[in-house]
Ligand binder design. Structure first.
Ligand SMILES: *Cc1c(COP(=O)(O)O)cnc(C)c1O
Length: 378
């Protein structure tokens, strides 16, 4: 791209643009796993070698992801979990601090896969900065931030966490899957790594499994280690998933705007409903995290919310399956609205209340989404 725009809507369409001999405006999908060498047998500069190491579609989307987050370099992985694992791995060390309602898969990864490798963790309510500081041990090397959190929508003050981390020379990683760079730019707030499950909002259509890690100037010294982990470990994003993700990213800013506008209206409706005990949405002025969210988030407060129903666990589950437009399914960030009884899908690691429903608000007409709740609540 020759024009270096600072506008996310332009970056989302153009960043990482590659030209092709045919003049194709839409990038061709390169499925070839291997690429021709020069007569001498040497690799040809600027060409790819083998698609585990690099592929044009993956390179393109990695460049776009880096630009969108304001980072220097991105690595596209086969899933969000593979991206998380790369950070646990490359950052080294022996003790990590995790938010108490971290995405359950990230914690399960340490417990079930890394537990035997001498990587300990402490969970803490990371929105409580005193508790965070108290949880730091001599060998703590990494603090994990996920904001708004899943599924309680707690908002962590990233800047304050970074201040604490810097006093103790600890790295900070931010899972920005829920906020996305449209609402929050963690690098501007001082973190070392940003990761995403691109399966969610960045992919946006519930048809790509992917993840990414993004570095900035501060963490660029780990670039070679991430590169080695990425293409030697081999959990790279496929050419087709990269192509789809690149295409999805073009509409990502306008999708996020629509998700946030709908979520705000739905949250306001639900807050007034007598059968809803609590709405967790940081955009609501009544929400306990509203002030931090207002300081840290721009363009809105995201498309996720959760509610506590005045109902038993069984009734709550039945409710989720009784809706007409909202599908009862896990995951989030697609154009379609989803609702989920979080405790059931989190299994034995769940700390979610039994009457909690997590809602991924889609981009449908808000009147229809509200009508669906109105009917089902009645
Ligand atoms: C889904 C999710 C992940 C894991 O990503 P996968 O693509 O499912 O591997 C990590 N963090 C958050 C916040 C998520 O929602």
């Amino acid at each position: 791209m020759t024009l270096e725009s600072q506008h996310i809507a332009t970056q989302a369409v153009h960043a990482g643009r590659i030209s092709d001999a045919s003049g194709a405006v839409v990038p061709p999908l390169t499925l070839s796993t291997t690429f021709e060498r020069a007569e001498t047998g040497d690799f040809i500069a600027g060409r790819d070698i083998y698609s585990r190491a690099s592929n044009p579609n993956r390179r393109q989307v990695e460049e776009k992801l880096a630009v969108l987050e304001g980072g220097t370099e991105a690595f596209a992985f086969a899933s969000g979990q593979a991206a998380t694992m790369s950070i646990f791995h490359v950052s080294g060390g022996t003790h990590v601090i995790l938010p108490d309602d971290i995405y359950y898969g990230s914690k399960a990864l340490i417990e079930q896969v890394y537990g035997h490798r001498n990587l300990r963790f402490t969970t803490v309510d990371i929105t409580d900065l005193d508790a965070l500081e108290a949880a730091i041990e001599e060998d703590t090397h990494l603090i994990w931030v996920e904001t708004p959190s899943n599924p309680q929508l707690k908002v962590t003050d990233i800047q304050e966490v970074v201040k604490i981390a810097q006093r103790h020379s600890i790295l900070v990683a931010c899972d920005n899957t829920w906020a996305t760079p449209f609402f929050t730019r963690p690098f501007d707030l001082g973190v070392d790594f940003v990761m995403h499950s691109t399966t969610k909002y960045l992919g946006g259509h519930s048809d790509i499994l992917g993840g990414c890690v993004i570095l900035n100037q501060k963490s660029a010294y780990l670039s070679e280690k991430f590169r080695a982990y990425h293409h030697l470990g081999g959990a790279v994003a496929s050419a087709f998933d990269s192509w789809l993700l690149n295409r999805s990213l073009a509409t990502f800013p306008i999708r996020m705007q629509a998700h946030a506008t709908n979520a705000m209206q739905l949250a306001s409706f639900l807050e007034k409903h007598p059968k809803v005990l609590k709405v967790n949405y940081p955009g609501l002025p009544s929400n306990e995290y509203h002030l931090v969210a207002k300081k840290q988030m721009k363009n809105g407060f995201g498309g996720m919310l959760s509610i506590l129903l005045d109902a038993s666990e069984e009734e709550t589950k039945r409710f989720a399956s009784s809706m007409k437009l909202f599908r009862h399914a896990t995951s989030l960030g697609g154009v379609e609205s989803l609702i989920e009884h979080r405790r059931s899908s989190e299994g034995i690691y769940s700390v979610s209340p039994p009457n909690l429903l997590r809602i991924s608000v889609g981009i449908e007409a808000i009147d229809d989404l509200i009508a669906d709740f109105q009917q089902t609540l009645a």
